[in-house]
Unconditional design. Sequence first.
Length: 353
Amino acid sequence: IAVGVPRESVPGERRVALVPKVVGRLRSAGLNIVVEPGAGGGALMSDWLYEEAGATLGDPWACDVVVKVAAPTDEEIGRLKPGSVLIGFLGTDQAQALATADVHGLAMEAIPRISRAQSMDALSSQSSVAGYLAALLGAQHLTRFYPMLTTAAGTVPPAKTLVLGAGVAGLQALATARRLGAQTTGYDVRPEVAEQVRSVGAKWLDLGIEARGEGGYARALTDEERAEQLKRLNEAVIGYDVVITTAQVPGRRAPVLVTEDSVTAMRAGSVVVDLAGESGGNCELSVPGEVVVRHDVTIVAPLNLPASMPESASELYARNVQALLELLVTDGRLNLDFDDEIVASACVTRKES
Ligand code: NAD
């Protein structure tokens, strides 16, 4: 079986779906890896590193399996071989085009978050990268120090960081801000994460609103709960130097957690880092993809943040892809077992046979 690794075509997408370290493992599982020249360039992984690991350079689109990071463009779908398998963050827009092209699409974002599929959980691996970077962006844009400093010129108090939404990204943001010396506090509507928040050295902010949803996610709040949450958050947010927001509800617009009133009440020079920009933003004043200053508060709402740390993001993603490929290949043959929950959930285009 040949597995193709194309160069990502979306502007700014610096990640690559397989890295040289993983190529060797896949070779021993009987797979031939075909890498498009320059595919790892954005992540500073040169062609010769791939060749040294046992890959060949060539046309990835002619392969039985093509592995990508970003969703394919129409042009890319046109290059896929009928009957082939495409793996990546596929989204929902291209499902019909993939089906028409007679391609099996396996969406990394649709892999169920069950323990057997943990090693394939690309949502988690990329959220960890985003959470880490969110804490760094907070530190970078803050006009004050993160850690407490005792200097000859006096003592500097530590910055206070509040993370709203303590899922994978939020917990990583808390852990990172703490390592940089900030005083950290975490908040979520799923009360079960309180323990995890404390385990990364943060305080737990309890606003008395619980919203557990399906499959380990949060549910959307009712109008009444939302009004109550905003009222309590408006009061809570004021004392913080950095507010990092990561709240998402599957299939919906991200909830607004930081209003203009809250931003107005924050101290000048404070920072909001909004990781929910892709789904509309958690801060009312966020401009997705931009850094804006409103009421003397810097509001950062980055898009596709993991692509800005392409080496680690690609390494983790490649391990997720490797684990999925190992599930799909038995004795050197490709076997899409639709009775397997992982394959059935991930497949966005099941070919009728
Ligand atoms: P996510 O990206 O969907 O959301 C981020 C966080 O925002 C979540 O913790 C969510 O509870 C929180 N949130 C949503 N609405 C909010 C609101 N109005 N106010 C405050 N917070 C709000 O979540 P994620 O990080 O992808 O996953 C969440 C957690 O659930 C992770 O720890 C993940 O491992 C776990 N999970 C487990 C399973 C499973 O074991 N079956 C399945 C899915 C997710």
